[in-house]
Design a protein around this ligand. Structure first.
Ligand code: SAM
Length: 387
C-alpha cells in the first residue's frame, strides 16, 4: 500500500469508530477485508488510528472537523507530514484537500483541547496531578513504550536480553523495576520469539512490575489474586517468590488464559470460585487489582479517555469499595490487603483507601505509591493495608 492508501484506510476505520465500533473490532474487520495489506501496512494503519485516538480533540481542532478525514488532516498538520502528497487523489490515496478544508482548522485553544482531555475531567485531573497535569496529559498523547518483565524463575535480565537479541528484539533494562526491560527495536517480533514463548519474558508495563516489587511477599505465603483477570500480576508475584498462589475473578472467562500463561512461566496457581475463596480463607495477602478508569494506561487504550463519564466513574468507585470490603474478609489477622489501579485519579486511589480505613478503624495503611508516566511506565497506584 502507498502511504496515501494507508491514510485512506485509517480514515475509513476512524469513521467506523466514531459511529460506535470498538477500535480493535474496526481494525480487525478492515484487516480481514483487505487481504492485499501486508503486516507493515497493517501496522502503519493501526498506528495512524491510535495516534488519532490519543489526540482526538486537538486533531479535530487542527483538522477542522470530527470525522475520519478531518482528523487525519489534523494528524498530518500536527506531525508535519506532507499533506498534499498524502492527500493526492492518486490511486487509493484520499482526494486532494478542498479550498474549504485548506481554510478550516485552527490551533487547539481550550485547555481540554490542548491537553486532549474531556472538559468534565479537567478538575479531577488537576486535583489529582497538580502541577504535573500538563506533563502527564501531554505524555498520554503519545505512544507507550513496549515493556517486558523478566521472569526471574527462568532468567536474569542479562540472559533475557541476550535471548531477545537472538530473536531480533533489542531491549534494555529500565530503572522503574528490577525486572523491567524496555524494547528499543523489534517490538513486533517479541510474541513470536523463543524468549517469550519459553517464558523468559512477559509483556507487562513497568509500573505494574514496580507495584509487585513493593509487595511484602515471603516464601510459603498463602496469596489470593482477587481480581486475577489474565493473571499478569499473579505471574509477576510468582516470578518473585515461591508462595502458594490462588486466583479468583468475578468473571471466570477472564481467567481463561491463566493456565497456559502459568505453565509457560513455570508457575502453579489454583483457580478458585467465589465460595472456594471463603472456604480457603484466610490468606496472608489478598491482591485487588480492581476495575478502574484505566486513566494511567490511556496511551494504550485511548478510547477509554473519551468513553469515561462522570456516572461511569461513580459506578467504578462503588465497585472498588465493594471489592475492598469483600476482600478484607479473606485476609488473615496481621495479613496484607493490597489495592491497585492503573489510574491517575485521586477519586479511585487515595480517596478509596481513606473511605475504607475511615469506615474500619482497625485497618490502617502501611504503604502507598502513585507511579506517573514521568516514571517511565503507565500511571499506577497501590496501597497496602493491615489490621
Ligand atoms: C484490572 S482487571 C485485572 C487485571 C489482572 N490483574 C492482570 O494483571 O492481568 C480487573 C478485574 O477485576 C474483575 N472484577 C470485577 N469485579 C470484580 C469483583 N467484584 N470481584 C472480583 N473481581 C472483579 C474483572 O473481571 C477484571 O478481570
Amino acid at each position: 500500500m502507498t502511504p496515501g492508501a494507508r491514510i485512506q484506510a485509517a480514515i475509513g476505520i476512524l469513521d467506523e469508530i466514531l459511529a460506535g465500533t470498538a477500535a480493535e473490532k474496526a481494525l480487525t474487520g478492515w484487516a480481514r477485508a483487505s487481504r492485499f495489506a501486508g503486516s507493515k501496512d497493517r501496522a502503519a494503519v493501526r498506528d495512524h488510528v491510535y495516534d488519532v485516538l490519543r489526540r482526538r480533540r486537538s486533531l479535530a481542532a487542527l483538522g477542522g472537523g470530527e470525522n475520519g478525514r478531518a482528523l487525519l488532516i489534523g494528524l498530518c498538520r500536527d506531525d508535519g507530514l506532507p499533506l498534499d502528497d498524502l492527500f493526492s487523489g492518486a490511486g487509493y490515496a484520499p482526494a486532494p484537500l478542498t479550498e474549504a478544508e485548506r481554510m478550516a482548522g485552527r490551533p487547539p485553544a481550550a485547555e481540554g483541547e490542548r491537553l486532549d482531555l474531556p472538559d468534565w475531567l479537567l478538575p479531577e485531573m488537576r486535583a489529582s496531578l497538580g502541577e504535573a497535569l500538563e506533563a502527564e496529559a501531554g505524555a498520554l498523547r503519545h505512544r507507550a513504550p513496549v515493556m517486558l518483565r523478566v521472569n526471574l524463575r527462568k532468567a536474569d535480565r542479562e540472559t533475557a536480553i541476550a535471548a531477545l537479541s537472538a530473536d531480533g528484539v533489542c531491549a534494555q533494562p529500565h530503572e522503574i523495576a528490577e525486572t523491567a526491560l524496555v524494547v528499543t527495536d523489534g517490538a513486533r517480533r517479541v510474541a513470536q520469539g523463543a524468549a517469550y514463548r519459553g517464558g523468559l519474558v512477559e509483556l507487562q508495563d513497568g509500573a505494574s512490575q514496580a507495584a509487585v516489587e513493593a509487595l511484602p511477599l515471603c516464601r510459603g505465603m498463602k496469596v489470593l489474586d482477587y481480581c486475577a483477570g489474565g493473571g499478569g500480576k499473579l505471574l509477576a508475584m510468582a516470578g518473585r517468590c515461591d508462595a502458594r498462589f490462588h486466583a479468583y475473578d468475578a468473571v471466570p472467562a477472564r481467567l481463561r488464559d491463566l493456565p497456559d500463561r502459568a505453565a509457560r512461566a513455570g508457575v502453579e496457581a489454583r483457580i478458585l470460585r467465589a465460595e472456594e475463596c471463603r472456604g480457603e480463607a484466610p490468606f496472608d495477602l489478598v491482591f485487588c487489582d480492581v476495575p478502574c478508569s484505566g486513566s494511567g494506561s490511556w496511551r494504550r487504550d485511548p478510547e477509554g479517555k473519551w468513553r469515561l463519564t462522570p456516572d461511569r466513574l461513580s459506578e467504578l468507585t462503588r465497585v472498588q469499595d465493594a471489592i475492598l470490603s469483600e476482600a478484607a474478609e479473606l485476609v488473615a489477622p496481621g495479613g496484607v490487603l493490597v489495592y491497585a489501579t492503573c489510574s491517575l485519579l485521586r477519586e479511585e486511589n487515595d480517596a478509596r483507601i481513606t473511605a475504607f480505613t475511615d469506615a474500619r478503624p482497625r485497618w490502617h495503611q502501611t504503604f502507598s505509591r502513585q507511579w506517573r508516566l514521568e516514571d517511565g511506565g503507565d500511571g499506577f497506584f497501590t496501597a497496602h493495608m493491615t489490621r
